[in-house]
Design a protein around this ligand. Sequence first.
Ligand SMILES: Cc1cc2nc3c(=O)[nH]c(=O)nc-3n(C[C@H](O)[C@H](O)[C@H](O)COP(=O)(O)OP(=O)(O)OC[C@H]3O[C@@H](n4cnc5c(N)ncnc54)[C@H](O)[C@@H]3O)c2cc1C
Length: 388
Amino acid sequence: MDMKTVVIIGASQAGLRCAQLLARAGAEVEVFEHLRGPEEALPRTLIVTPELARFVPLGSDVPVRNTISGFRVRVDGSCSYVPLAQPDFVLERRDLLAWLAGEAERAGAGIHWGVRLLSVGLEDGEFALLFWDRRTGRYIKRMTSVLVAADGAVSTVLRSLECDGRATVPILQARVRRRQGFDPHVVDTWFAPGRTPYFFWQIPDSEETAAVGFVARDPSSGRREFARFLAESGWEVESVEAARVPLYRPFHRPYRRFGKARLYLVGDAAGHVKVTTVGGTVTGLAGAEAAARAILRGTSYSAELSSLRRELNAHYLVRLAMDRFTAGDYRRLLRCLNHRVLALLRDVPRDRFASVFWKTLLAQPALAFLGAKALLRAARDLPRRSSR
Ligand SMILES: Cc1cc2nc3c(=O)[nH]c(=O)nc-3n(C[C@H](O)[C@H](O)[C@H](O)COP(=O)(O)OP(=O)(O)OC[C@H]3O[C@@H](n4cnc5c(N)ncnc54)[C@H](O)[C@@H]3O)c2cc1C
């Protein structure tokens, strides 16, 4: 391994995990983060599969706010229940960040809180990074030949180096007072293709509160649509977060070489997000581990990412079809959930969906037919879209 300093931009999940693993293996690591500390991050309710336990000790270190025993899926008047054999966990993102930051620092990574990356250029075959320190008002310059971009959906690194090929979607999530009639351990989802290409969700995060959210088509109509949904459902809103989530694309390269200088993209900067649910926590951590391995061993990042890519590709295929689903398709989808499909979805967490992708289609061939019809519609629309 080239023992020069690895510079990581962004001290969120992916950046901190990568920093921890690199520092633990003896690399010099410097992390630069715009926020003054994890406590400055906006509060965010996260729902994660039990796969998170592969990366993070849940319980006393990272408190679990709630456990989820199943999902209720609603389309118009129809409803199905998908139970989970192992419960999902509901966490507060700040708790996760605080633990990851502590671990990275204990491993020896230097974290510069309150320092914003302004631009990245290339000088003498290395990355030249210009920062602004929010606390002192001073500019800082750093050179490195190994740069990890963990700066999220709106990445300064990718923008500066003019290599951002990701698409992003707006997401809105509100913290609401929980209402009577909703099970405190069940996530509710509403599919309404005229209103969102994804779904609305309600995630109970405590006895009193829940996170309600959706993925919008565009920010301005999204705000109106979300306000309408909240009003219709009668939620009492405490706060709202609006952000963007990148969409995984199979052909987006998470690694670039600029002469001798190497750039690794992790987490949202790499688009490591399951596009079925826009969950990026577990997949972001898995990608961060792959980047750390590639840097330490000098192996190909692409090869280290192969199992994550397989997983993300399975979600991508489902998303391609679901993007074309009509309300009728969603109703048919609910009818397709026979006991064999439900057993597969119950037993295998969403972060290991690729392992049951084909089995699910075999368990209910009508699902393959439904997906194929939607993909054909997508293919038929292609010439029309490209001629616009
Ligand atoms: C509202 C919402 C709800 C979500 N819910 C879930 C969920 O329930 N489950 C799930 O698995 N996923 C969820 N996600 C997705 C998940 O939160 C992201 O995939 C995950 O946070 C990505 O982590 P990251 O480390 O890649 O980047 P981010 O969390 O985006 O962090 C990037 C970091 O880089 C820093 N940064 C950015 N620019 C600069 C700069 N120029 N200089 C210095 N620092 C910079 C930022 O301050 C930030 O700390 C949700 C996302 C949103 C927006």
